[in-house]
Design a protein around this ligand. Structure first.
Ligand SMILES: CC(C)(COP(=O)(O)OP(=O)(O)OC[C@H]1O[C@@H](n2cnc3c(N)ncnc32)[C@H](O)[C@@H]1OP(=O)(O)O)[C@@H](O)C(=O)NCCC(=O)NCCS
Length: 176
């Protein structure tokens, strides 16, 4: 019998029987740090200045991640004993989203986000993300709507929001 899939992609999709999404533990800080550092150093290097990339690589140490794990709801996606993705919810915003590049476009990011959205849905009316340029289509496919572009430290980002309760009103975005 064919394995069930996450339902997004064809042949290369990670099967949902092998991908485990679970809450991050303190001992995942090393793996999450490594994911984020690789993301900045490789996947996002094209959209950030070398100086910003270096600062991010220096910032996202296991100790820094470990501190953040204590104040935000964080999920990891695991294949066997490997952490291949992570995503966090901090108040009304999505943070620390990264998938290992050798597992991109296989539904891992979507699986993480669906779990975070389900968690947020009962308490948060509008979820906000400061999306990288690379991830705009990813969030768009999940239903997030572009609100505005902005710059942080000279780097371009896209503020996107997902309405979980109620309906859109003009001028809804007030920053987060
Ligand atoms: C953004 C990211 C988390 C997506 O993870 P992923 O597991 O590859 O995403 P999925 O496989 O679930 O993608 C779902 C859909 O999103 C869109 N998408 C994902 N990555 C994309 C890309 N690089 N370019 C265009 N569309 C993309 C596609 O529509 C994709 O569906 P498809 O493959 O059927 O076309 C991953 O590319 C990543 O780690 N990027 C670097 C870090 C980053 O930018 N994080 C966001 C911080 S706000």
């Amino acid at each position: 019998m064919a394995k069930a899939t996450l339902g997004l992609h064809a042949a290369s999709t990670v099967s949902d029987t092998s991908l485990v999404i679970r809450e991050a533990l303190a001992l995942d800080a090393d793996a999450i740090s490594s994911l984020l550092i690789r993301s900045f150093a490789n996947d996002l290097a094209g959209e950030h200045s070398p100086e910003f990339t270096l600062r991010m690589v220096e910032l996202w140490t296991p100790e820094h991640v470990g501190r953040l794990l204590t104040n935000r709801y964080t999920l990891v996606a695991c294949l066997g004993d490997q952490v291949v993705g992570a995503a966090s919810l901090y108040e009304n915003s999505i943070r620390m989203v990264a998938v290992r590049s050798d597992h991109h476009r296989r539904g891992v990011g979507t699986a993480l986000m669906r779990r975070l959205i389900a968690r947020a849905a009962s308490t948060i009316p509008v979820l906000t993300v400061q999306s990288t340029l690379l991830a705009e289509r990813f969030y768009g496919k999940l239903g997030f709507v572009k609100q505005q572009e902005h710059c942080v430290d000279g780097q371009r980002y896209i503020i996107m929001q997902l309405m979980l309760r109620g309906s859109w009103q003009s001028g809804m975005y007030e920053g987060s």
